[in-house]
Structure formats: C-alpha cells, structure tokens
Design a protein around this ligand. Sequence first.
Ligand code: HSE
Length: 297
Amino acid sequence: RSVTVQSPGTIANLVCGFDVLGLALHQPFDCLTLKLIDRPEVEIINHDDYGLPTDPVKNVSGVVLLSIMERLHNGVGFQLISEKKIKPGSGIGSSAASAAGAAVAANMLLGNIFNKEELVQFAMNGEKLASGVKHADNIAPCIYGGITLVRSIHPLDIISIPAPSLFVTVVHPQIEVKTADARQILKKEILLKNAIKQWGNVAGLVAGFFKNDLDLISRSLEDVVIEPLRSILIPGFDEVKVQSKTAGALGGGISGSGPSIFMLSASEGIAKEVAQLMSDVYTRLGIDFHTYVTTIN
Ligand code: HSE
C-alpha cells in the first residue's frame, strides 16, 4: 500500500511575525508518495531536477522519516518518491513541504497514530537540517492548513487562526537567498521602540484576521525589525512593494527568508494586477521570475 500527499508551499513570518506566523498556499505543492518496506531503511527516489540528496541523513524528508522510525523501533522502513514543484531556496517553504509531507504521509500509512503536534515535532528535524534552526512557522501551516501562530517551540504551542478569504500573489525572482545566510545577517538585539512597534503590529494582524478587518490587516503588515536588513538581498523589493500597494494590495513583504515576495489582496482582480506589476519589475531588471496568484489553503 502507498499513500500520496500534496504538501503545500507556505509563507512564513507574514511580515511582522518573524518565526511565529505563517500561512499555507493552495499552490504550488509537492507530491510525496510513500510506502512501507519491511527493512529499517529509507529509500528516496527524486522525480525532479533539483539534485537533492538521496542519502536519507542528508535529505530533509529522509531525516524526518528516520526520526519516525527511531520512535517506532519496529523494523519497518519507508520508500519515498518525491516530486517537488516548490523550488528549493524560493522562500515559500520548500524544505517545510518536504519535511511536513513526509511526516503526514508516514502517519497516514501508520494508521494516524500521531497527532498534528507530534507531526510538527518530527518535521522540525527536517527544518533543522535545511536551515540549522528548528523553526516551525512554515511546518505548522503546512500541517494544520490556513494561518497558524507558533506561540512557542519549547514547549510546542500552535494556534490556528481564522483565515479571511484573501488572494495571495507571490513572485519568485530566480536569485538564491539561503535561509541560513538570511538569518546570519540579522541583529541579535533590537531597540525597544522597534520591539513595541513590532508587537503592536503582530497583535494587530492577528486581531485583524480574527475580526476579518481588512484595514487593520493592512495597517499591521509592517516590519521594522527584519525587512530593513533582509530586503537588501532582494533586487526590486521596494518597487514591488510600493507598486503593489498603489494597485490596491493590502500589503505584504518578504516571503519567509526570501527571495520570494508576497502580497495579500481582497480581490482576484487586484491580485492579478499585482502579479503583472511584479512581472514588469523583474522583466525590466532582467531577472527571471515566476509569479503565482493563489489563495490561502
Ligand atoms: N522564519 C524563518 C526565517 C522562515 O525567516 O528565517 C524561513 O523560511
């Protein structure tokens, strides 16, 4: 018996909520097909051109499956066929999709013996391998769906937040920003006045989602801590942001650690216009790109 899961891309941080907020997208998604094998090994077959390792200890899905096997300790193993559509290093949770997808598929094969929180724990081993840090802001929405708040990792405390029906436009300029590097450039300390602004915005954004208050969401999509440092790594960032807001987007910013940029809009028409403006910016800059217009999953 085998199971196939579709593991969606995710947007971490949601501008002001570094390492705590995230949302799941309808598109793009990876397809992971998993089956049980009767020897305690993980066999990985990649059906894509990304050149990802097939050695399980070096593979994001692989380490997740190994950690599940370690818990089960019953002599079974897994064969994984991974068909990735989310490009690694794009900033829309490619490693999280591999990690979470593997955990969810394994759980289905095993008769749903683990709850979502345990699946997040297993999947975080994959994030640790990919970025050096066990963050869960991509994994949580990938597993729970919608919008999630990771209030704490130790102990794990994940809260699902009601998702307003918004449209999401994503542009992925084809430049490489490694999460580990994008974390390296951050300052370890921040000014109290910036902290006050930031937690005002995080609280405002969460309240805006609960109240379905689009003006409040829009006002709260501001990041005075991370974006000023990371946006330097993304050519065209300021232009994309200003033009999208002029076109009527509620707001947005860097998707995860970049280089993708996302914008939230109340209507599909605006979201498509935003995609066009993004395309124009990167065409003019001579940088290859992909755009997606999608919704919250
Ligand atoms: N919260 C993480 C970061 C997400 O911004 O570094 C990385 O995908």
